[in-house]
Design a protein around this ligand. Structure first.
Ligand SMILES: [Zn+2]
Ligand SMILES: [Zn+2]
Length: 329
């Protein structure tokens, strides 16, 4: 029954999706047809962030004169950069907290090279600067979560072409992360095993959804994918914290992430995409030893309709097994 619909449940979050291959005419209908628009270097705000009104960077590699990577505060932050104190307030029957935290922009020097095309050394330094920033932010005990993400292309929400990454340091644990943490804790309680280690073992053996592996990382399309061609990159070692990951594992992850993005570029006509890191929260470090950090990649090739928005159930029109086959090439 290759083309029948299936309701599938995510093992960790408990979310349901409909896998409905009949909704798509052919999997290659998702290929991007038009060429990516490359914004000119002239007028690019990220060529010289200091000249464009940003102060000294929070962190820079290797130094400001010859910078290859720099972290600056976002000029248009989601959260106010102020001294953070916990304040739970009430407005009538409603709860609110002041929107305080940090919203950083991380810029890599080359205007044209997105993460897939960064040389290995710069990509490693980028991950190390993320780790360094996480350790700085963790000292503020009121901040609970460090969220790193990358939007590539306009459909993925990037307003500036020049490759950049964003980090939100939040005073709350985001709901999707909270559910992932709870699901992982629940599985650990009943099986005495890490749910993600189990999943990796299963995917390596079945090979149906496996897209790439090396000694330190594995990439597969999730059984209950929310987006067609969604991918997840996991360290093969059980590691709750991104910031405590050793260099050898980071190199394996970077290789796997770059290979995955290149596969999307090659097989889907250079689609826009997002990727983000799910890691254990900043505080209560002992509470989350069951968690296994990872990267999720979602190509942005479809729109949400009323069903998805109103029910929280996503409709995925390419079977994850078929997506993996196409991406393996
Ligand atoms: Zn630029
Ligand atoms: Zn694990």
């Amino acid at each position: 029954m290759a083309n029948t619909s299936e309701l599938r449940q995510d093992l960790v979050s408990g979310d349901w999706v409909v896998i409905a291959p009949k909704r798509a005419q052919r999997p290659d209908q998702f290929k991007r047809k038009e060429k990516r628009k490359i914004a000119p270097i002239k007028g690019c705000l990220f060529e010289d962030p200091q000249k464009n009104g940003n102060g000294d960077p929070i962190l820079v590699y290797p130094d400001l004169k010859k910078w290859k990577i720099q972290i600056i505060p976002n000029k248009y932050p989601v959260l106010a950069h102020r001294n953070i104190r916990p304040r739970i307030n009430l407005k009538g029957i409603y709860n609110f907290e002041n929107g305080e935290g940090f919203h950083d922009i991380v810029i890599t020097r080359n205007h044209y090279k997105n993460f897939a095309h960064l040389d290995k050394k710069t990509a490693l330094e980028l991950f190390k600067i993320f780790q360094k920033r996480e350790k700085m932010v963790a000292k503020n005990k009121y901040l609970k979560y460090f969220f790193i993400f990358h939007n590539w292309g306009q459909k993925a929400g990037a307003s500036i072409f020049h490759p950049h990454y964003q980090i939100l340091s939040l005073p709350i644990i985001p709901p999707d992360v909270a559910r992932s943490l709870e699901g992982s804790a629940r599985f650990y309680k009943s099986h005495k095993k890490c749910v993600h280690c189990e999943m990796e073992e299963f995917e390596l053996e079945s090979k149906k959804r496996l897209v790439y592996k090396n000694k330190d990382a594995i990439v597969f399309t999730p059984f209950a994918s929310k987006e067609p061609f969604e991918l997840r990159v996991f360290p093969r070692k059980h590691l709750p914290y991104f910031e405590n990951t050793d260099e050898k594992t980071l190199k394996g992850i970077i290789d796997a992430l770059q290979k995955s993005l290149l596969k999307l570029e090659k097989n889907l006509g250079d689609p826009d995409y997002i990727f983000f890191i799910h890691t254990a929260p900043l505080q209560n470090k002992k509470k989350y030893t069951h968690y296994h950090w990872h990267i999720e990649i979602q190509p942005k090739i479809r729109f949400f309709g009323g069903f998805e928005v109103g029910t929280g159930i996503d409709i995925t029109m390419v079977k994850p097994e078929q997506a993996a086959k196409i991406l393996r090439g």
